[in-house]
Design a protein around this ligand. Sequence first.
Ligand SMILES: [Mn+2]
Length: 310
Amino acid sequence: MKVIITHTDLDGVASAALILRGVGSVDKIFFAQPNQLYGVLRKIPNGADVYVSDLGMNTSILERVLEEVERIIKGGGRIRWFDHHIWKEEWIAGLKDRGVEIYVDTSTCGAGVVARYLPVEGEGVGELVSATCSIDLWRFNDWRGNFLARYVGFKGGAEWREKVAYRLKDFDGMLSQDIIDTVSQVFDEELKTYSRVLREAKVTRTAGMTIAYVLKKDDEHTTSYIGNLLLNRFQAKIAVICREGSVSFRSIGDTDVSSLAMRLGGGGHKNAAGAPIKAPLLHRFLRKVGIKGPYLSWCISRVVQTLESE
Ligand SMILES: [Mn+2]
């Protein structure tokens, strides 16, 4: 059995597309958030041929992930892991000890790591990597990335993402009419989201920094744009995007949010990171019935406490 486990965003989907291009086809593609990785690994049978991409590690899942990869490999399986997030040396060593072939390279995006180390070559590969890194690394230097990120974000769910991965497998650098039409629909919705974010965002100050924060739904292709919007509009050092089950951080320049995320049990990059969070049941319930205030206050107070406890 051959499977891909990858992140849910453009980088994850593009990584899957490049793996498909490199290996032909697979039996199943799992799309996961970092905190869902362990749950997915548990479902993988012994002896499977597994490709993991664009998914980092964090201390809260490490031990359980090690157990699962050991089980899969001892059963005759093979695991190749491609990532570009910040890893501790001991995490890499732990996986290598269990036989995982791991490639971590922070100089590119997840799709770039797959292309470089699987490796995958051919027409359009460099273009797909460039467009993907443009969004994922916040370079914004390849306009096609803006289209592809929205194409991936058109619908939630694994079915759509898998369809996109197979479509991008043969990406030749051109945007098809189908992509352009889908993206224009997405963009209309997005503009509504941005106005809502600016209406609902709040600002707090701690440790001499302005922090802008907002609550948002689970669709995540807009996270970086919302982060950028909050940082700019409120002249904030850190933008905090709270959602059900997780929180994302964005910053500019020297402000490092990856250490903040790590202290909350997550991880990421210096200017873009995230962590799992679990609010008390009451707050989650109120949020579900449309009373968002307590959830957002709880989320930002967790972040502020963590920043102040440095
Ligand atoms: Mn990525």
